[in-house]
Design a protein around this ligand. Structure first.
Ligand SMILES: NC(=O)c1ccc[n+]([C@@H]2O[C@H](COP(=O)([O-])OP(=O)(O)OC[C@H]3O[C@@H](n4cnc5c(N)ncnc54)[C@H](OP(=O)(O)O)[C@@H]3O)[C@@H](O)[C@H]2O)c1
Length: 303
């Protein structure tokens, strides 16, 4: 099967190249930068800015994939609140261009969405919950979801939450940021009123692979097992990585004064994905142990 991955230099994109390659798929990655950051997986790579309609549609027509996993997005939530126009251009108009290309070649589109499409008043949310975003990033992801749903193509929407994991030169996640801070012995203030689950990228990529193999369509939530506040998750991180917990102080979201509002009681119910994709997602501790072993392996290779 020929699979195109947009945003293939991102955290999820890199992991998807590794995960999907084990099934001998024909893989093509595309992203903004000149070259692929993944050099240990056989794949073709194209530089592509999905905000440009003509090159995007032309690339898809030329590649003619059966499946497009569309991960490319502007993912920094506060930046999306400030640079709204760019956020819309990448997350919504970019998705529209992907769909235009997909329609020309009859490709299935798998779109990666977020728990930020919900207002965080009564999570965790299942696949039937009614979205009501409170920030611009969430609005852009919901608008893109609506384009996918109305496209008339075969589609899957996979919603995920607080993603982290190991990748080369990837954007800092909550886990990598916290590890850096604790290792530098800096005091961190972590919100104790934002609830949800967290997701290691390996579980998300495995779920996406299953959805491809089983030819599933529709909406699936993918996330970890453990539902807790960000502060409690920070304590887990410190414990698993043997770092001092006394540097971690609980605060409220209001004290942080972030540009974008955050859904407070969020979280994704993952039962449907576990049941229909025959997969069991990791607990927070299991996922952190996996991340720790990947980090240690990377250090061994570097040395
Ligand atoms: N991270 C999370 O906590 C989280 C939670 C829920 C859902 N999601 C969704 O999951 C997906 C993957 O997230 P991720 O963490 O892997 O994101 P990521 O690491 O930021 O990767 C996204 C990739 O898309 C690229 N990109 C940005 N604008 C582009 C454009 N105009 N044309 C082509 N490529 C472009 C980025 O390039 P640059 O780095 O050069 O900008 C980056 O390589 C996203 O759709 C995100 O919305 C993420």
């Amino acid at each position: 099967m020929k699979i195109l991955i947009t945003g293939s230099n991102g955290l999820l994109g890199q992991k998807l190249l590794h995960t999907l390659s084990t099934n001998l798929q024909e893989l093509i990655g595309c992203d903004l930068s000149e070259r692929s950051l993944v050099d240990d997986v056989i794949h073709n790579y194209r530089q592509l800015d999905i905000t440009e309609r003509k090159p995007t549609v032309a690339a898809i027509c030329d590649i003619a994939p059966q499946v497009i996993v569309h991960t490319a997005a502007m993912t920094e939530v506060d930046r999306c609140e400030i640079e709204k126009e760019l956020c819309w251009r990448v997350n919504v108009t970019g998705t529209e261009h992907i769909l235009a290309g997909a329609a020309r070649v009859g490709a299935k589109v798998i779109f990666i969405s977020s728990d930020y499409i919900f207002n965080g008043e009564n999570g965790p949310y299942d696949e039937e919950a009614v979205p009501n975003p409170i920030g611009y990033y969430g609005r852009s992801k919901l608008a893109a979801e609506n384009l996918i749903r109305g496209s008339g193509l075969d589609w899957t929407i996979i919603r995920t939450i607080v993603l982290y994991g190991y990748g080369i030169n990837v954007r800092s996640s909550f886990v990598t940021w916290l590890l850096d801070m604790l290792r530098a012995e800096k005091v961190v203030r972590i919100v104790d009123d934002q609830w949800g689950n967290t997701t290691i990228v390996d579980d998300l990529a495995a779920g996406i692979e299953r959805s491809v193999m089983l030819e599933k369509s529709g909406i699936f939530n993918i996330g970890g097992q453990s539902f807790k506040t960000r502060y409690k998750f920070a304590l887990d991180i410190a414990r698993v990585f043997d770092l001092p917990v006394e540097f971690i102080t609980p605060i409220t979201t209001g004290e942080l004064r972030q540009a974008a509002r955050r859904p407070l009681r969020s979280g994704l119910v993952i039962d449907k994905a576990e049941r229909e994709l025959y997969i069991s997602f990791r607990t927070a501790d299991e996922a952190l142990e996996l991340y720790k072993s990947q980090e240690q392996q990377a250090v061994r290779i570097l040395n």
